[in-house]
Design a binder for this molecule. Structure first.
Ligand code: ATP
Ligand code: MG
Length: 790
């Protein structure tokens, strides 16, 4: 039934709404409906439908609630297959049951509550299944989160690796490229119906090897052959011969327009009409006849991308081939271009979102990188003149009178003798341009050096004619000079940075100087041992964002909040915190710190590392273990030895170090001694103690015949779970090191402890998993242990 609803009859045959394709006739329709794609989408739709029916929408829980807590709560209604949390704000979740029964039971229950808060549980909203959704192409998903990128870059071992990571992160995926190719094919088919022998040719970032997710699709509609076709068709009409050699007739559109004499505006209208009427999925078609090269803009809904069509723009196709060649000549070109492009975007130097604008465009920026690579000693890339000399006769290419000759294959060009690594080249790029006197020279990729601007003064391009006309050049015109002049490598009258404002030029110089300064620092070249931002991460600090804020950027999100609970105060202090004031605050935070330390030290068996917040050496060795502190003796009354001096970071001496301490020499708890408002620890973990805990816990409980306990139910049980996991792996290795910083914020009832985490050594990339586990484990464990603390 649903399948019938998918098919619509249209003037051009049929349209399958599910697959978003047009089908010309009934036999093809039958084939389509029986085809793999249609069947796959039907199955997928049925699956999504049942997932929706088996899920509920939950809100009202507190922000720190974990996925596991929700899962445990909803398992009372039926087996839960998945809990999808709203990642950004943690205000809602979708809980999916294995069967519809779970949904019904959950929805039938009138009231739900978790951690004392009332939950709202509603049926999940039904969404119409669309091919154009997430599965196919989601630009939002494609947008790379800066937090994630920073984290990944910090994990890399060198700037070289970071630059490779930038390429991997941003480059067009195979699927992306394929989808673009299919769109080009579709356009080729449609346009050929109306404009025989025309060619749709992609250029720009979709094909020049520097494309990023969601970049626009630049296309040329080449009508040269169509003009010839029209000419032949008209001649044969006049002579009364057969209409054309290949039997095709001049289509109705062609009979309305003379391609040889049509104005740019007329051609654009024609292209726009074909796009609007005949290409399914195209919308927002708009002619821009005032641009230097008039074009038609459009959006293509199924791929959520923006496209541009220019007419007969062969120079652009050729300069795209040139960039492809540069990229193929040396593997350092791509990482350098991607890195510089992203840097420029972050600094708001490049990227005019709507085409025109005062910033550099990506083409101009890429030419700056190529020019620098031609200028280093020894050069990484040859100049355009040198490349011309390496081409053979068949490769000679002249477009609109401009010599665009270069070899078609990279093997015609001898490899570069330059052996600099990427980090050196990037530093070199900033050094080169920070000293570059842009206003007095012209960047020309044809020669080895920048040309004095004085040679060009007097030859300038005429001012643009009024809107609506395409600007014409005087026959002897030179480039339009500006604060930055970058000559196109082929169209030598054209300054590709002619749109740059004086203000952009000033920002460019400023950012180049800043980048050069930063590249000289150790922070750029050396990975931080303390987990601070380094290398490209700081280079990519967005324009206007304080360097200090950017410093912690990759780890900003790695924090866990533990809200204040009066119940966790000792009897004498159990007053309203707004009345108890500072005393209440420090007592609560002190107790919390002790417990947090116990969780890491005794429950999760982490070892303190150098710089760990430390106890006074004179009093070492009198400590309480977790069992003593929490499940037996009171910690109150312990003499004030500090386990967590606020912000204390001093190296351990061998005598002090826990690694050198005898087993019994444990740190003692001192939550109250210094009334800390903040605390710092550094820990190391040698085993993946977060993995498989649930199963180990279950097995241990079975063996000991104890009643079932949820995660975090008992600190003794949890430390046994850890012990068990550690024993299973005989050869521990340095898995990860991390620092933990706690502070108390807020007042009264809204007081909370904010615990921030930062991986300081995470070679094998386990920290994210560990942190993910801590998000649910730590608050629960702390809560349980605080409740037992006397
Ligand atoms: P992106 O689309 O990701 O910004 P891109 O490499 O496609 O990057 P565009 O600025 O869209 O860069 O340019 C696409 C193509 O248009 C270039 O490859 C070049 O052929 C041509 N082009 C762009 N700007 C100019 C210019 N100022 N002068 C000459 N040709 C240009
Ligand atoms: Mg483009």
């Amino acid at each position: 039934m649903e399948a019938d609803n998918d098919i619509q009859t249209t003037p051009r045959g049929f349209h399958c709404k599910l697959c978003d394709v047009t089908i010309p006739n009934k036999p093809s329709l039958e084939d389509h409906v029986r085809g793999k794609k249609h069947e796959h989408l039907c199955r997928l739709r049925a699956k999504r439908k049942s997932q929706e029916e088996n899920s509920v929408f939950v809100s009202g829980f507190r922000a720190a609630t974990s996925r596991t807590e929700l899962e445990e709560y909803f398992e009372h209604f039926g087996p839960v297959t998945e809990v999808i949390m709203d990642k950004e704000r943690g205000v809602y979740a979708i809980v999916e049951f294995a069967e519809a029964g779970g949904t019904q039971s959950a929805l039938t229950q009138l009231e739900h509550s978790l951690h004392g808060l009332k939950l709202r549980v509603k049926p999940r909203e039904r969404k119409e299944f669309k091919l154009t959704g997430r599965g196919k192409h989601d630009p939002k998903k494609a947008q790379v989160g800066m937090g994630k990128l920073s984290y990944e870059l910090c994990q890399a071992g060198s700037v070289n690796e970071q630059m490779q990571k930038v390429v991997e992160t941003f480059q067009l995926s195979e699927g992306d490229r394929k989808a673009r190719e299919l769109l080009v094919q579709l356009l080729q088919e449609v346009f050929s119906e109306f404009l025989p022998d025309c060619q749709i040719i992609p250029f720009g970032s979709s094909v020049n090897t520097f494309g990023v997710h969601g970049c626009d699709l630049d296309l040329v509609l080449d009508l040269e052959n169509t003009k010839a076709f029209q000419c032949r068709a008209r001649t044969s009409d006049q002579t009364g011969e057969d209409r054309s050699e290949d039997g095709r007739s001049e289509d109705s559109i062609l009979s309305d327009i003379d391609l040889a004499s049509a104005s740019a505006a007329e051609l654009l209208d024609l292209v726009a009409a074909i796009l609007r009427k005949c290409v399914p999925g195209v919308h927002k078609v708009q002619c821009v006849s005032t641009a230097r090269l008039p074009l038609v803009k459009f959006n293509y809904r199924p791929l959520a991308l923006q496209g541009d069509i220019t007419i007969n723009n062969r120079l652009a196709v050729r300069n795209t081939r040139f960039l492809q060649l540069c990229s193929a000549l040396d593997s350092r070109v791509r990482p350098l271009v991607y890195t510089v492009r992203f840097w420029a975007k972050q600094k708001q130097l490049a990227g005019n979102p709507f085409g025109g604008g005062p910033l550099l465009n990506n083409y101009a920026l890429t030419l700056l990188v190529v020019f620098y690579l031609q200028s280093v000693e020894p050069p990484v890339l040859p100049t355009v003149e040198k490349l011309r000399g390496m081409a053979c006769e068949e490769e000679v290419c002249v477009i609109d009178g401009w010599d665009c000759t270069f070899p078609s294959q990279p093997f015609s060009v001898p490899p570069s003798k330059n052996t600099d690594d990427l980090c050196t080249l990037l530093f070199g790029f900033f050094r080169f341009y920070s000293k570059f006197d842009f206003p007095s020279v012209v960047v020309s990729l044809r020669e080895t050096c920048a040309l004095p601007i004085a040679d060009f003064v007097g030859d300038e391009e005429m001012p643009d004619e009024p809107e609506g006309c395409v600007a014409k050049l005087r026959p002897s015109a030179g480039p339009k000079l500006g604060p930055v002049t970058i000559l196109d490598p082929f169209e030598l009258q054209h300054n590709v940075a002619g749109n740059l404002s004086e203000r952009t030029h000033r920002s460019l110089r400023h950012e180049l100087t800043e980048a050069e300064k930063y590249c000289r620092s150790l922070q750029f070249q050396r990975k931080s041992a303390k987990g601070k931002s380094w290398g490209l991460v700081r280079l990519f600090t967005p324009h206007g964002e304080a360097a200090a804020a950017a410093c912690d950027a990759p780890y900003r999100h790695l924090e866990i909040c533990i809200p204040f609970r009066a119940a966790s105060l000792p009897d004498g202090h159990r007053t309203d915190p707004s009345e108890g004031g500072d005393a209440c605050r420090t007592v609560w935070f002190g107790r919390l710190c002790s417990v947090v330390e116990l969780v890491f030290r005794d429950v999760l068996k982490c070892t303190p590392v150098e710089g760990h917040a430390r106890l006074d050496p004179s009093e070492a060795g009198q400590g309480a273990t977790v069992e003593e502190a929490v499940e037996g003796q009171s910690v109150e009354g312990c003499s004030p030895q500090v386990s967590a001096h606020a912000g204390v970071k001093r190296p351990l001496s061998v005598d002090e170090g826990p690694s050198s301490s005898p087993q019994g020499k444990r740190q003692r708890l001192d939550p109250w001694a210094e009334h800390p408002e903040s605390v710092h620890w550094s820990w190391a973990q040698t085993h993946p103690v977060w993995a498989g805990r649930r199963k180990v816990r279950k097995d241990l409980l079975k063996m000991s015949d104890e009643a079932s306990q949820p995660e975090g139910g008992s600190s003794t049980l949890e430390s046994r779970v850890t012990q068990h996991i550690m024993e299973k792996q005989a050869n521990p290795r340095d898995l990860l090191e991390f620092s933990v910083d706690g502070t108390v914020v807020g007042v009264g009832e809204s007081m909370k402890a904010v615990i921030k985490f930062c991986p300081t050594n995470d070679v094998s990339g386990h920290f994210q998993d560990f942190f993910h586990f801590l998000e649910s484990f730590l608050p629960k464990m702390v809560e349980t242990m605080l409740a037992k603390l006397e």
